[in-house]
Design a binder for this molecule. Structure first.
Ligand SMILES: Cc1cc2nc3c(=O)[nH]c(=O)nc-3n(C[C@H](O)[C@H](O)[C@H](O)COP(=O)(O)O)c2cc1C
Length: 363
C-alpha cells in the first residue's frame, strides 16, 4: 500500500470512520422547488459513500439563512423527510454522513428573505462584491447583496433556536453528525471576524464576545446531538465574502480550546488557498493541534500524497477533498489503486441536473 495512514480507520468522538478521506461540503444548488433534496441529490451522495465521512453541502437552517438559489434547507417536515432519504441511501451503501448547518447572514438578498426584508448580520456593514442569485423569468440573475441590517440582541436567541431546531431535524433524519459552518464569511464567521462585527453588546468587541454566538450554537446543538457527533468548520485567514479578520489565529486557538472543553468530535479547517488569503503557517497548524484534543481535519487542494504526509506527520487526523470528490464518486478506490482521476468541470458546479453531478464515471 502506497499510503500509510489514509486508509486507516479513525475514531472521531462518537464517530467511527472507515478511512480518513472526507468528502468536503460542496454547494451544488440542485435542491427541489421547496428547497428539499431530491432523488438526484440522494443518488449523488449514495455514489460517494466510500468516503470516511460525507459532509453535505451547506444547508440553511431557516429561510433567513438562505443566500443562493436552490440550496437545500432543514427547517420543514418536507426537508427532514427528503434528507432522510439521502441519509438512508448513504447508510445502505455503508457510508456515514454529516449535515452542514448554514446561515449566510449578510450574503443574501431581500428577494430570498422572508417577507422580502433585508438580510441580517452582526452589524449593518454592507458587502460590496459578493452576489446572490435570484430567479428572473425562470432563469438566474446575479445581483449584489443588499443590506444587511444588524441583528438586535433579543433576536439572537431566535437564531440559536433555529440551529437547535435544525439539529433536531437532522437527528430525526438519521444524520451521523452535524457540522456547524462557521467559515467562508457567512453569519457565524461574520460574528467572529473583526471587520464584520462592530457590536458593542455581549456578542461583539472582545474575542470572547465575538465567539459567543458560535459557542451558544454549539451548546444548544450538544443538548440534541451530543458533542461527540458535532464538528465545526472554520476558515482562518480566509478572505472569501470580504472577511478581513485581524485576530484570526488567536480566535482559532481560543475556539480550539473551547471546543476541546466541550469534547467536540472534530475541527475542520478549510485553508485559504481555495478562496484567497494568507496560507496557514506550520506553526499555526501545530498551535491548532496543541489546542484541540478532538480530531483535526484539513481541506484545500490536497492530493492523496500531501494528505497522507500530513497524517503521517500527525498534524491532521483526516483530510477533506472537495473538487476531487465532486468529480470522482469512487475517490478512495482511485487513491488506493493510484488510478487516473476525472477532472472537475467548473461549468457544472452550480445548478442544473445530472450532468456534471451524478454522471462522473466510477472506475
Ligand atoms: C462548488 C463548490 C462548492 C462549495 N460549497 C461549500 C459549502 O457548501 N460549504 C463549505 O464549507 N465549503 C464549500 N466549498 C469549499 C470546499 O468545501 C473546499 O474547502 C474547497 O473546495 C477546497 O477544497 P478542494 O481543493 O479539495 O476542492 C465549496 C467549494 C466548491 C468548489
Amino acid at each position: 500500500m502506497k499510503y500509510k495512514k489514509l486508509f486507516s480507520p479513525l475514531q472521531s468522538g462518537d464517530l467511527t470512520l472507515k478511512n480518513r478521506i472526507i468528502m468536503a461540503p460542496l454547494t451544488r444548488m440542485r435542491a427541489g422547488e421547496d428547497f428539499s433534496p431530491t432523488e438526484l441529490n440522494a443518488e449523488y451522495y449514495a455514489q460517494r459513500a466510500t468516503a470516511g465521512l460525507i459532509i453535505t453541502e451547506a444547508t440553511q437552517i431557516s429561510q433567513q439563512g438562505q443566500g443562493y438559489l436552490n440550496t437545500p434547507g432543514i427547517y420543514t417536515d418536507q426537508h427532514e423527510a427528503a434528507w432522510k432519504r439521502v441519509v438512508d441511501g448513504v447508510h445502505a451503501n455503508d457510508g456515514k454522513i454529516a449535515l452542514q448547518l448554514w446561515h449566510v447572514g449578510r450574503i443574501s438578498h431581500s428577494k430570498l428573505q422572508p417577507g422580502e426584508t433585508l438580510p441580517v448580520a452582526p452589524s449593518a456593514i454592507p458587502v460590496t462584491e459578493s452576489t446572490s442569485r435570484i430567479p428572473k423569468d425562470g432563469g438566474f440573475e446575479r445581483v449584489l447583496c443588499d443590506g444587511p441590517r444588524a441583528l438586535t440582541l433579543d433576536e439572537i436567541p431566535g437564531i440559536v433556536n433555529d440551529y437547535t431546531n435544525a439539529a433536531i431535524r437532522a437527528k430525526r433524519a438519521g444524520f451521523d453528525a452535524i457540522e456547524i459552518h462557521s467559515g467562508n464569511g457567512y453569519l457565524l464567521n461574520q460574528f467572529l471576524s473583526t471587520n464584520t462585527n462592530h457590536r458593542d453588546d455581549i456578542y461583539g468587541g472582545s474575542l470572547e464576545n465575538r465567539a459567543r454566538i458560535l459557542l451558544d450554537v454549539i451548546d444548544a446543538a450538544t443538548s440534541i446531538y451530543g458533542a461527540g457527533r458535532i464538528g465545526v468548520r472554520l476558515t482562518p485567514n480566509g478572505i472569501f465574502n470580504e472577511i478581513q479578520d485581524t485576530d484570526a489565529e488567536e480566535m482559532t486557538e481560543y475556539l480550539a480550546r473551547a471546543f476541546s472543553q466541550r469534547g467536540l468530535a472534530y475541527l475542520h479547517i478549510a485553508e485559504p488557498d481555495w478562496a484567497g488569503g494568507e496560507p496557514l503557517t506550520d506553526t499555526f497548524r501545530q498551535d491548532i493541534r496543541k489546542n484541540f484534543t478532538g480530531s483535526l481535519f484539513f481541506c484545500s487542494h490536497y492530493t492523496a500524497e500531501r494528505a497522507d504526509k500530513l497524517l503521517c506527520e500527525d498534524i491532521a487526523d483526516a483530510v477533506a477533498f472537495g473538487r476531487l470528490f465532486l468529480a470522482n464518486p469512487d475517490l478512495p478506490e482511485r487513491f488506493r489503486l493510484n488510478a487516473p482521476l476525472n477532472e472537475p468541470d467548473s461549468s457544472t458546479f452550480y445548478c442544473g441536473g445530472a450532468e456534471g453531478y451524478t454522471d462522473y464515471p466510477a472506475l
